[in-house]
Write a protein of this length. Structure first.
Length: 417
């Protein structure tokens, strides 16, 4: 297999590093194609009725229907299991494109930093006007709540985040972890043969902890929902990911008047996929801010997906010294820069287990949490307003390194000095 995008760098002692990771060659094009599986994407103008009529034609000609029908906001599509001849047989002017299903992933790498099995020793004090300070917080939280580097305290408004939901599209979540305090719940699994969206890898729990953990997370009061689209090795197909996005959008829309209090976090990457990009853009158009990892190829993020999706919050990674992380993708498509090196967060191996990870995967949930934080604090109603607020609060011209045309903006929540 050929790795299309490297999104996480895991720091785990070699003796306990037991994930059966697949190796892939980094590349721009989607190279791990699933034979006999295609995503048909319909033109935006195609009606729901026409989609159903075309599925009936597929059924009549091939004897099978769509494995999954996608229909949310402007995105309409069909996951079809067939061969090239079958694909040709159901060709229609209704179809904008057909794309082979392909493999996406996170990609952890071992490094000699120890795991933690004791809850981080932090404490939270609250002053007047709901302002709180968490001492002993992970360095990334300290960094996004201060204008200058070197602070280990996280300053935040305790009145924010209540009533928000972050849909984590990943490997699942260990919902019983102490970091979540009952605020994590199972959503859905789209991995073949896996019914429960529990985390059998660790990456999804880590991402969720950074977004909303009570001692390692940005948005302490947010609910996190597990949307499992990656298997126990951290890999998943495009069809699974799009199905997960659709589920999150539809659930958020079904919750009366809460769409503007919902965020999607996607720390996944792979080769360039216009279909996946369109699905992410449709989620944003539906009213949900989507935080997306820029990728860890050290290249132009526009060469990969979903980091090239229009209107998403594309997140690059920095280190503790405000350097651009050596692995982080870049270019003018990157919306914001956030800590993504040596990030301590929750892990899936026990209810009090924590691990160190690095990657734009770890930067991304900082922004997902910040989006949820600001949307309640400032009553922001649209994804564009939320991204504009994040960028307007950001500290300018601190990041060292070549950003490839990206704005030099380091995320800041507007609180600490």
């Amino acid at each position: 297999m050929h790795l299309s995008s490297t999104l996480s760098l895991v720091f785990i002692l070699p003796l306990i590093y037991a994930f059966p990771f697949r190796t892939q060659q980094i590349g721009r094009a989607a190279q791990d194609v699933r034979p006999g599986n295609y995503i048909l994407r319909y033109h935006d103008y195609v009606s729901d009725a026409d989609v159903l009529k075309h599925e009936a034609i597929i059924q009549a000609k091939l004897g099978i229907g769509c494995t999954t029908i996608y229909n949310f906001n402007t995105f309409k599509g069909c996951h079809l299991e067939t061969d090239p001849a079958g694909l040709q047989a159901v060709a229609s002017p209704l179809i904008l494109s057909s794309e082979p299903d392909s493999l996406f992933s996170i990609s952890p790498r071992p490094a000699p930093l120890p795991p933690v099995t004791v809850r981080p020793n932090s404490s939270i004090s609250t002053s007047s006007h709901d302002m709180s300070t968490e001492t002993g917080a992970p360095w990334g939280l300290g960094r996004i709540s201060h204008k200058k580097a070197g602070n280990s305290s996280y300053v935040f408004d305790a009145s924010a985040c209540a009533g928000t939901t972050i849909y984590v599209i990943d490997t699942g979540i260990r919902i019983t972890h102490v970091e979540f305090g009952g605020r994590a719940r199972y959503g859905a699994s789209f991995v073949t043969g896996v019914v429960l969206p529990a985390d059998d890898h660790g990456h999804g729990t880590h991402v969720s902890g950074t977004a909303a953990g009570s001692s390692v997370g940005v948005c302490h009061g947010a609910e996190v929902v597990a949307v499992k689209v990656l298997d126990s090795t951290g890999f998943g197909y495009n069809t699974w990911i799009i199905a997960g996005i659709q589920w999150a959008v539809n659930v958020a829309l079904s919750r009366s008047n809460t769409t503007r209090q919902s965020v999607i976090s996607i720390s996944i990457g792979g080769g360039y996929s216009p279909t996946l990009n369109a699905a992410v853009t449709a989620a944003v158009a539906a009213g949900l801010p989507v935080s997306v990892a820029a990728g860890n190829n050290g290249e132009d993020s526009s060469l990969f997906s979903p980091s090239s999706a229009v209107n998403a919050m594309i997140v690059g990674a920095t280190d503790i010294s405000d350097n651009k992380a050596y692995f982080s993708n870049y270019d003018k498509g990157v919306s914001i820069w956030v800590p993504g090196v040596d990030v301590l967060s929750a892990f899936n191996t026990c209810d009090q287990c924590y691990f160190w990870y690095s990657g734009t995967s770890q930067a991304t949930p900082h922004v997902a949490g910040l989006a949820a934080y600001l949307m309640t604090l400032d009553d922001l109603s649209t994804p564009s307003k939320i991204l504009s607020k994040i960028r307007s609060l950001a500290t300018n011209r601190l990041i060292v390194g070549s950003l490839g045309g990206s704005s030099n903006k380091l995320a800041y929540n507007g609180n600490g000095a």
